[in-house]
Design a protein around this ligand. Structure first.
Ligand SMILES: Nc1nc2c(ncn2[C@@H]2O[C@H](COP(=O)(O)OP(=O)(O)OP(=O)(O)O)[C@@H](O)[C@H]2O)c(=O)[nH]1
Ligand SMILES: [Mg+2]
Length: 458
């Protein structure tokens, strides 16, 4: 657990920064006041006064025995010029677990402490190299799994989102400052800014906050991917369709109704967005306890996902069994997919007119699959339009909701020239929320929650 402002923050820490396991090279990071000194105990080739951003080549030796450990490259970063803001050494050694463990052991013997999760980024934050939003985007960057997710995280890392938050903060602070000045000068009848000027600024802040909130849907999709569930009656061909769209045999296909019991996922990359196709248990009223659980889960999944393919069987048409579940289908995010058109072409889709569209396909012959893919792409373009600065983190979203709510409450009070004390109270709530998002004020609980998501070495 990270606790801020303790002596632990002054320790020199070390950890493997690259992935565990075999690799051509591994990078070990050492950061802290004594990083140079401690590393030099193993790396005699590192000069007393190394140059920042320079790479030194040499052999690491165990300080006690003098035994050679590895041939390495050592990058040196001076105080104030590294990711953490502290003196940092990065040792590029051979990518063997044994080599890495030995070097880490020797560094600890020489006086470093193993770093905790996210502790390097935490230090970058504590040393003012990044605000909290940027620190979180480091994690988003590492976890990004599509080009669009990477671009979004990079924007946040470079401070785009922080700039927008600070603009809102500036406006709200300005309103509060003028309001307080009005209170102070009330007796003298001097008005610093009148209520319509205050309301004006507030309205700008409200619009900006709402724009950011509105982008969360898109930001969340870019960050975590777009989820599409394939649902429908048993044997409609959901699993076959998943396999056909994914281009691999992910899900088991049999002529037995009720084959799929659990979710089976396949990943696609479309329009730069990661798409997760989720195959589900066929919907039917059943006494089989296992299948029953599967059906329950499918119903829940329909609520959670971004898009649904409701798969029906062209040969049997829309049946009574289908209709029994129609009340559960959120049609406004559902594409009806009529499968098995190789068996039957004359399908009457009248019962499916609530769906976004009706697509006809055959998982067996691949007919119509390209159209279905195109429909999915079109939907993605609609949901995640052009690149912009977006909220993608639930913590930021919740904070902005508080900002919006308190500003929404404040505006009519300002227009009515209500009690300045009351208005100030609401404005302070908004300012506090903005401070917390940016990490300008924080408590250990927030720090802990944010940084515990990081991996070791970051
Ligand atoms: N002719 C034809 N048969 C298909 C097509 N798609 C699937 N099938 C067959 O229909 C049967 C059921 O297919 P599945 O993909 O297992 O169906 P499902 O909807 O996943 O079924 P459950 O997992 O039981 O809910 C299998 O025998 C498939 O080979 C198609 O487009 N045309
Ligand atoms: Mg199935």
């Amino acid at each position: 657990m990270i606790t801020s402002g303790t002596d632990r923050d002054r320790d020199t820490i070390c950890a493997l920064a690259t992935a565990h396991g075999l690799g051509a090279i591994s990078v070990i990071r050492v950061s802290g006041e004594k990083a140079g000194e401690i590393t030099r105990r193993l790396a005699a080739f590192l000069p007393e006064r190394p140059e920042s951003h320079k790479i030194y080549y040499g052999i690491l030796h165990a300080p006690q025995s003098g035994e050679a450990v590895d041939e390495v490259l050592l990058s040196y970063f001076a105080h104030g010029r590294s990711f953490t803001g502290e003196v940092t050494c990065e040792i590029s050694c051979h990518g063997s677990e044994a080599v890495v463990n030995e070097i880490l052991r020797l560094l600890v013997l020489a006086g470093a402490r193993p770093a905790e999760r996210g502790e390097f980024t935490y230090r970058a934050f504590m040393n003012g190299r990044l605000d909290l939003v940027q620190a979180e985007s480091v994690l988003a960057m590492i976890e990004s799994r599509s080009p669009r997710a990477t671009r979004l995280a990079l924007r946040q890392l470079q401070g785009d989102f922080s700039v927008k938050l600070r603009a809102i903060l500036d406006r709200v602070t300005w309103v509060l400052a003028n309001l307080e000045a009005n209170i102070d000068f009330a007796a003298e009848d001097i008005v610093v800014a009148n209520s319509s000027q205050l309301a004006n600024r507030l309205e700008q802040a409200i619009t900006e906050t709402k724009t950011l909130l509105a982008g969360y849907h898109q930001g969340r999709i870019l960050r975590s991917g777009f989820q599409v569930a394939l649902v429908g009656r048993p044997n409609a061909g959901k699993s076959s369709l998943l396999n056909a769209l994914a281009g691999e045999d992910r899900a088991i296909v049999t002529p037995i109704a009720g084959t799929t019991r659990d979710f089976v996922e396949a990943q696609l990359l479309l329009e730069g967005v990661r798409v997760t196709l989720i195959d589900t248990a066929g919907l039917r009223t059943t006494e089989d306890p296992v299948e029953k659980i599967g059906v329950e889960r499918t119903l829940q999944k329909m609520r959670d996902v971004d898009l649904i393919f409701y798969v029906c069987d062209a040969a049997s048409g829309v049946t009574v069994e289908d209709k029994a579940f129609f009340g559960h289908v959120p049609w406004s995010k559902t594409l009806a997919v009529v499968n098995k058109i190789d068996l039957c072409t004359g399908f009457e889709p009248a019962d499916l007119n609530e769906a976004l569209a009706v697509m006809r396909v055959s998982a067996a012959s691949a007919e119509g699959l390209e159209d279905l893919r195109q429909a999915l792409r079109a939907r993605l373009r609609l949901e995640v339009g052009e690149d912009s600065t977006l909220v993608s983190n639930a913590r930021h979203f919740r904070g902005l909701e508080i900002v919006r709510d308190s500003l929404d409450k404040t505006l009519p009070l300002v227009l009515d020239e209500d009690s300045p004390d009351l208005i100030a109270l609401e404005l302070q709530t908004a300012i506090r929320a903005l401070y917390e998002i940016l990490g300008l004020t924080y408590d250990d609980q927030v720090m802990d929650r944010v940084f515990k998501e990081f991996c070791l070495g970051k």
